[in-house]
Design a binder for this molecule. Structure first.
Ligand SMILES: Nc1ncnc2c1ncn2[C@@H]1O[C@H](COP(=O)(O)OP(=O)(O)OP(=O)(O)O)[C@@H](O)[C@H]1O
Ligand SMILES: [Mg+2]
Length: 259
């Protein structure tokens, strides 16, 4: 299930603006990789290229390759809808469909993929996905109530359940805890630790403690100035990135001297 991502010489544009330049990196299966760096350095932009969500913005485009287990997501004839099923995404603000029931929220992605599914299979999938997102016990008696009746942390876990219900190989998370309280944040971090047994996980975070707690490897992105492209500055084992990084800018950033 879990797959290796290999990015080769990726340039990412919004129209004529080069937002991210020259990224090459390999992300191993069954690992958590944290993307860190100051605001505007292109973390979200780069993350969205990993499931072809970048190109939904008019004028946005990508040069280079993103290989998932060797096949290029940007190859000719590749259907972005299929890519997005393979590479799921969880956003900064929990975004369940507010009036849809908890059950239907979990099934939303599956139904979007036009899969015909029996009631029994749907029930089993809802339970399995909610179990996987550590939410089952809290919601099993109110599956038919709307998703917006849950707390922020529960809504975020519901979004994770929705993402894993389609059985992706990779899970991308863009600051998934930034709208959450510390207890919900720890619940999501525990969940990430469990999910990495099955998925390749990439998480963008501004929280250095979180990066060091949850990730195996850390990628530091930076930007030389306004209007300049963001670049991958250093990418290494997380403990190395936080204890003895090779690049001065990484050290300054992780020690809180800027950013
Ligand atoms: N839809 C867009 N159209 C044009 N430019 C954009 C768009 N989205 C982002 N950008 C620009 O791309 C650059 C990178 O932005 P991005 O959102 O990827 O940064 P980030 O590292 O995720 O920042 P943050 O930590 O604040 O979330 C910025 O200069 C930003 O203004
Ligand atoms: Mg961002």
């Amino acid at each position: 299930m879990s797959k290796r991502i290999a990015v080769k010489d990726l340039n990412v544009y919004y129209g004529s603006f080069l937002a991210v330049e020259g990224v090459s990196m390999t992300i191993e299966p069954r690992t958590v990789t944290a993307f860190i760096g100051p605001s505007g350095c292109g973390k979200s932009t780069f993350l969205r290229t990993l499931n072809r969500m970048h190109e939904v913005i008019p004028g946005a485009r990508v040069e280079g390759e993103v290989l998932v287990d060797g096949s290029n997501l940007y190859g000719t004839g590749v259907d972005p809808v299929v890519v997005r099923r393979q590479v799921g995404m969880v956003f900064q603000r929990p975004n369940p469909f507010p009036t849809m029931s908890i059950r239907d929220n979990v099934l939303a992605g599956v139904k979007l993929n036009n899969k015909k599914i029996s009631k029994g299979d749907a029930d089993a999938l809802v339970e399995k996905s909610l179990q996987g997102a550590n939410l089952w016990n809290e919601v099993k008696d109110r599956l038919n109530l709307p998703g917006n009746g849950l707390s922020g942390g529960q809504q975020q876990r519901l979004c994770i359940a929705r993402a894993i219900a389609v059985s992706p190989d990779v899970l991308l998370m863009d600051e998934p805890c930034s709208a959450l309280d510390p207890i919900s944040t720890l619940a999501i971090e525990d969940l990430i630790e469990e999910l990495k047994q099955q998925y390749t996980i990439v998480i963008v975070t501004h929280n250095m403690q979180q990066a060091s707690r949850v990730s195996d490897k850390t990628a530091f992105f930076n930007i030389a100035g306004t209007g300049k492209p963001g670049k991958l500055i250093e990418y290494d084992v997380t403990s190395t990135m936080f204890s003895k990084p090779s690049v001065k800018a990484t050290e300054d950033y992780v020690s809180g001297r800027f950013g």
